[in-house]
Design a protein around this ligand. Structure first.
Ligand code: SD4
Length: 318
């Protein structure tokens, strides 16, 4: 059995590519990297890679990570600028014995030395969004940018290897140097080939408070189905945050276990995800959270899919 699950509709093309590789017997490390790169390279997805939305100072600072569930090796970069594919740098760092997580200038130096492609990641389109947003939200609180966020994936190959990877430009208008959950092991992602993997999207500051990806893997290890594990972890963190802080940020999670069973949970409206397993082609689903805290999902309609692309690619009205 092989399979792949990922946050948001934007992961679909990547999941499709990754699954082709898995179907041909390639490993979960290469498949997840190729899948994330696909999302990073697409300029109209404005919170991952090229075309990602800038920080307060109009710079695109990117976070990414990779985890190998066989060895538990982790690699991550945070607040890295001007590199085309942060996930590949993260994967490369996972092969080092130390210095696995690098930030800013140090990450860029490493990437340069290793010959990774330099690229100005700030597009004119992202600049237009910046100018527009600056006008709109002068007074507002920073929020994960609705509807097209971090890409996080879990991948299982035929040999039973589980990997997880993430890539993001983080929160739009974040402070320079701000790091979210996505490059933080256990929060934005976790993978253990003996159990499965999980990955998160939403408000990093709150996702980190629950080490939620690790928590889901831990619950799966106790025998919970991924769906149950996701719901339990999300609902509990949501509840704790509300109880202690009066509110909870967006928390959306995906997971897959080593049998290829999968699950998702969210505390928001409008979370979408892409999933495929052997014998079942990649599909996009929309998640609905019921009053009782359970999440139901249905396949996205053709209209929804068409509209999604149309809005992503529409001209930016400033
Ligand atoms: C972050 N979790 O940097 C990321 C952003 C994200 O939905 O997923 N937004 O906090």
């Amino acid at each position: 059995m092989w399979g792949m699950i990922a946050t948001w509709r934007m992961a679909l093309e990547g999941v499709t590519k990754g699954c082709e590789m898995l179907g041909q017997g390639q490993n979960a490390g290469d498949a997840v990297e190729a899948a994330i790169r696909e999302v990073e390279d697409f300029p109209y997805y404005k919170s991952v890679g090229y075309g990602g939305l800038p920080n307060e100072e109009m710079e695109v600072e990117l976070d990414a990570a990779y985890m190998d569930g066989d060895t538990l090796s982790i690699g991550a970069v945070a607040a890295i600028k001007d590199y085309a594919n942060p996930v590949s740098i993260a994967k490369r760092l996972s092969q080092e014995s130390v210095n696995n997580v690098l930030v800013g200038e140090g990450a860029e130096k490493f990437a340069h030395k290793e010959g990774f492609e330099r690229k100005n990641m700030l597009t004119d389109r992202a600049k237009a969004f910046y100018r527009k947003r600056k006008k709109e939200v002068a007074q507002q609180e920073l929020k994960p940018y609705a509807g097209h966020d971090t890409v996080g994936m879990v991948c299982l190959d035929r040999d039973g290897k589980v990997t997880a990877a993430t890539s993001t430009s983080g929160l739009f208008m974040k402070k320079k140097g701000r790091v979210g959950d996505s490059p933080i092991a256990g929060s934005g992602f976790y993978a253990d080939s003996k159990v499965g993997g999980a990955s998160a999207t939403g408000l990093g500051e709150d996702l980190m408070k629950g080490c939620i990806s690790y928590e889901i893997v831990r619950l799966m290890k106790e025998g919970l189905h991924p769906q149950e594990a996701c719901e339990r972890a999300v609902n509990l963190l949501d509840q704790e945050l509300k109880e202690r802080r009066g509110k909870a940020g967006d928390l959306s999670l995906i997971a897959m276990n080593k049998e290829g069973q999968w699950g998702v949970a969210t505390n928001i409206e409008g979370f979408s995800f892409a999933v495929a397993v052997e014998g079942q082609p990649p599909r996009v689903y929309l998640v609905k959270r019921n009053e009782d805290g359970h999440c139901a999902f249905e396949e996205a309609s053709k209209e929804w899919m068409d509209d999604y692309m149309k809005t992503r690619m529409a001209p930016v009205k400033e």
